[in-house]
Design a protein around this ligand. Sequence first.
Ligand SMILES: Nc1ncnc2c1ncn2[C@@H]1O[C@H](COP(=O)(O)OP(=O)(O)OP(=O)(O)O)[C@@H](O)[C@H]1O
Ligand SMILES: [Mg+2]
Length: 277
Amino acid sequence: MTLLDQDSNSIAFVDVSKTFPTARGAVTALERLSFSIRRGEYACILGQSGCGKSTTANLILGLERPTSGFITVAGADPAREFARLRGRLGSVFQSDRLLPWRTAIANVRLPLEILKIPESSLTRRAAQWLKRLGLEGFEDSYPQQLSGGMRQRVALARALVPEPEILVLDEAFAHLDEVTSERLRIDFHRLSKETGKTVVHITHSIEEALMLGDRIFVLGKPGKLLAVIDDVVGKDRAELRSDILSHLQGAARHARKERSSIDRPGGRAAIGEEWAT
Ligand SMILES: Nc1ncnc2c1ncn2[C@@H]1O[C@H](COP(=O)(O)OP(=O)(O)OP(=O)(O)O)[C@@H](O)[C@H]1O
Ligand SMILES: [Mg+2]
């Protein structure tokens, strides 16, 4: 099976690099990153702060273009064929991004309104998803009347209502307390499996990745694939945890060594300006 095998793969990155120009020079967020995510798979992308996780999410969603390399999402180039993917990709971020002047149900209706779905089914579909996320009875509440966990449930309902094939979650549960985030994780995981979604769940929590992922993609800085942990379900959690930690710590040690060598005279030019930032 190749990276671009469209029958089994939903998302593929082939040799993708992403560099941001900044006043202090170019910052490399991703460096020749290649991976693929299968249809119906719950994939967790795990890594330390600044390793390029959100950049990866933004590239999948077509919000950024790669500097070099090639990306395919559900058979389309997400940045160039944005319209072809409309309604087929859903996203949820750390902040709920709800519109404060709209009620819960009006927030959930919004993507269907944008897709010009007939008025007759809008409210019914939005109410169904609020119910599936445990918010029956809160349809007419405004975001400021709901708890953080409930608002994130509305954001999930809004992402799910157009029935997308792929969902991208970028640290979607990271700011919630442990009990709330645990419940939300369980509910979302069940719903995504019941509806056969392909999920890309970005997290910096090893525990979250181990709890949810069918596979875990471990990223190191800058945007390099350190390891792919296959068949997470059924494996010994403690062993996997220490395996993942050793990949992350090894990468951090390597980065520190590189940084100390660029501080030596002549080292900076030899290694590259981006490591000096
Ligand atoms: N628009 C931008 N302009 C300049 N640099 C950027 C931009 N977006 C990201 N970066 C840089 O690219 C690198 C990767 O950033 P990214 O936000 O993808 O990391 P992350 O893994 O999501 O981090 P975190 O866990 O803190 O959210 C960082 O060095 C960041 O400073
Ligand atoms: Mg991020």
